[in-house]
Design a protein around this ligand. Structure first.
Ligand SMILES: C[S@@+](CC[C@H](N)C(=O)[O-])C[C@H]1O[C@@H](n2cnc3c(N)ncnc32)[C@H](O)[C@@H]1O
Length: 266
């Protein structure tokens, strides 16, 4: 159904091998490594120490891209973890030899990989964030053609095509929490969180489609802001105005070819 191969400057990516009609379930994978809400960087490394050699190999094979600031922060997290855990292991609270001593270099690598590849699974999911062996190869687009949903009962992340995908087309997901925000804010968050400058069809301003889409997004956000400000200042809620705002948002997403959870919620 798909293959994982090079996607130019993006590194590896997932490409369809044949036409995939909208609604096709492309992936269904259990997490390789996951954290629940409230867990910390130390928990990510702790969990990785219990992985089987095969899963550890899979994890360490995922991509990593990191800025200097993040590197320094992660080295200090790893140093603190090593210090505290080595002391507790020496005093026998944890079985030495079962998982080996903490290794700060590997700790930093695991954190870099986790942060670069983890997907947010949503506030109501069993897990807050998780990395997957193959789904973590899917690159970002601000106008994605697929969407992932974590199914708590299955314990799996299912990725479905949200529109028809042509054979040879790259499968993409939205890494951001919302859709439809302005380019500048999307770029800022993708750069800050993942360290890349997005050049998807909605971000590449050399394309007429991107310029037009951006104009519509900015206009819609100005109108939404006005509407929300009005509500905050105690203006009487005008249901027609609210309906109109929601319909505009729906038209914007549909115009961009975006479908999925957000659209159905609207
Ligand atoms: C979850 S991984 C995706 C798979 C990755 N390309 C690989 O080689 O394994 C996330 C990383 O892929 C790259 N990436 C994803 N989407 C991208 C995009 N639209 N433009 C540039 N790089 C992107 C960035 O380096 C990002 O940190």
């Amino acid at each position: 159904m798909y293959e994982i191969r090079t996607a130019g400057l993006k590194g590896l990516g997932v490409f369809s091998k044949a036409f995939l009609p909208r609604g096709t379930r492309i992936f269904s994978e259990a997490p390789l490594l996951a954290i629940r809400s409230g867990q910390t960087a130390g928990d990510i490394y702790s969990a990785s120490r219990f992985l089987s050699p095969e899963d550890k190999g899979s994890l360490l094979g995922l991509s990593t891209h990191v800025t200097n600031e993040l590197k320094i922060m992660r080295w200090s997290q790893a140093a603190w973890y090593t210090l505290t855990n080595t002391v507790s292991e020496i005093f026998g609270r944890k079985g030495r030899g079962v998982i080996g001593w903490p290794n700060p270099k590997e700790h930093v690598t695991v954190l870099n990989i986790f942060r670069n590849n983890a997907f947010n699974l949503g506030a109501s999911s069993l897990f807050q964030q998780a990395v997957f062996p193959r789904i973590s190869r899917i690159n970002h687009s601000c106008v994605p053609n697929a969407q992932g949903n974590f199914h708590d009962e299955m314990g799996r992340f299912n990725v479905h095509a949200t529109r028809d995908i042509e054979g040879g087309e790259e499968v993409t997901l939205n890494y951001l929490q919302e859709l439809g925000t302005a380019r500048e804010s999307r770029q800022e968050r993708l750069w800050g969180g993942y360290g890349f400058a997005c050049e998807c069809p909605a971000c590449d301003l050399s394309l007429e489609r991107a310029r037009q889409g951006e104009k519509r997004r900015v206009k819609m956000h100005e109108e939404l802001a006005k509407y929300v400000e009005g509500m905050a200042s105690g203006a009487v809620l005008v249901l027609e105005a609210e309906l109109e705002a929601v319909q505009r948002f729906i038209r914007l997403l549909e115009g961009e070819g975006i479908a999925g959870r957000e659209l159905s919620t609207l």
